[in-house]
Design a protein around this ligand. Structure first.
Ligand code: CP
Ligand code: NVA
Length: 303
């Protein structure tokens, strides 16, 4: 059912399909050598287009393609005509005749939609300004491994209500987790995505401007960089608005005693103190490692 589908946002995937991707990721983690031997993507190729920097997404996608027996081609901002000397539509139509899939990190979400519309091969969103579905899959995977269930789990998001938050909202709503969100005024998640998640009615979702209220009794505490890629010019202003949103041990003292701390990385001290980031509750490096398994699951099933 997942074959030849694009992976632009988890909105397009049912609870059962997300469940299947998480189960494939678990299987891949346990039997990585078998996947390497079977090489299910032998003869397949993935074009990786990055308009922004990346460590985890790029490395995990390249390694996953290699493990699955396929080939990947990395194209950085200066390596490809896309959107500069050639329309996205034309690039999409060319690549669709050559490769098995495209993975793209872009600024505007509509750019991955245009790629998907014209290319005829699956397009995987590797982060847009609106969504980061690959990250959400790894986050759900990490939560489930840690607690053994999604049932009764409360996620507290403290930070910016943009791409990573949007995807986690959708993931939590689809899989039945409760998510409470605290953002500074003016940085709330999109109304449309909030409305969509509320309508799903699987998990409770709540938005506030008060981190202390949101973190109370949380099982999972999550934040993200306060200054996303492309927002560098707003850095000074954003840091001022986010000054009461740093995750520190004073704030986390109201979370559950066995809470876990997550961050998609890259991390900066303004959003979380060293004490929490490197502390006993932090699972950030396991979360980063899990990107490999969940990305492999997406590539294997879609390509
Ligand atoms: N979390 C994440 O997507 O990291 P990269 O920017 O390093 O890919
Ligand atoms: N919100 C961050 C996520 C980076 C993985 C950004 O868009 O830069």
């Amino acid at each position: 059912m997942l074959r030849n589908r694009s992976f632009l946002t988890l909105r397009d995937f049912s609870q059962a399909e997300i469940r299947f991707l998480l189960d494939t990721a678990k299987d891949f983690k346990q039997n990585r050598d078998l996947y390497r031997k079977d090489a299910p993507l032998r003869g397949k190729s993935l074009i990786m287009i990055f308009q922004k920097r990346s460590t985890r997404t790029r490395v995990t996608a390249e390694l996953a393609m290699a493990d699955l027996g396929g080939k990947s081609i990395f194209l950085g901002q200066d390596d490809i005509h896309l959107g500069v000397n050639e329309t996205i539509k034309d690039t999409a139509m060319v690549l669709g005749r050559m490769a098995s899939g495209i993975l793209a990190r872009v600024y505007e979400h509509k750019d991955v939609e245009i790629l998907a519309k014209y290319t005829g091969i699956p397009v995987i969103n590797a982060l847009s300004d609106t969504y980061h579905p690959l990250q959400c899959l790894a986050d759900l995977f990490t939560i489930e491994i840690h607690f053994g269930t999604f049932e009764g789990i409360k996620v507290a998001w403290i930070g910016d209500g943009n791409n990573v938050c949007h995807s986690l909202m959708i993931g939590c709503a689809k899989m039945g987790l409760t998510m409470h969100i605290a953002t500074p005024i003016g940085y709330e998640p999109s109304e449309d995505i909030l409305h969509y998640c509320k309508k799903l009615n699987h998990g409770e979702i709540y938005v506030s401007h008060n981190p202390r209220e949101v973190i109370k009794d949380a099982d999972v505490v999550v934040t993200d960089t306060f200054v996303s890629m492309g927002q560098e010019a707003q850095r000074k202003e954003k840091l001022k608005h986010f000054k009461d949103f740093q995750v520190n041990s004073d704030l986390t003292s109201s979370a559950k005693s066995d809470y876990i701390f997550m961050h998609c990385l890259p991390r900066h001290p303004e959003e979380v103190t060293d004490e929490v980031f490197y502390g006993p509750h932090s699972v950030v490096f396991e979360e980063a490692e899990n990107r490999l398994y969940t990305t492999a699951a997406v590539l294997k099933n879609l390509l």
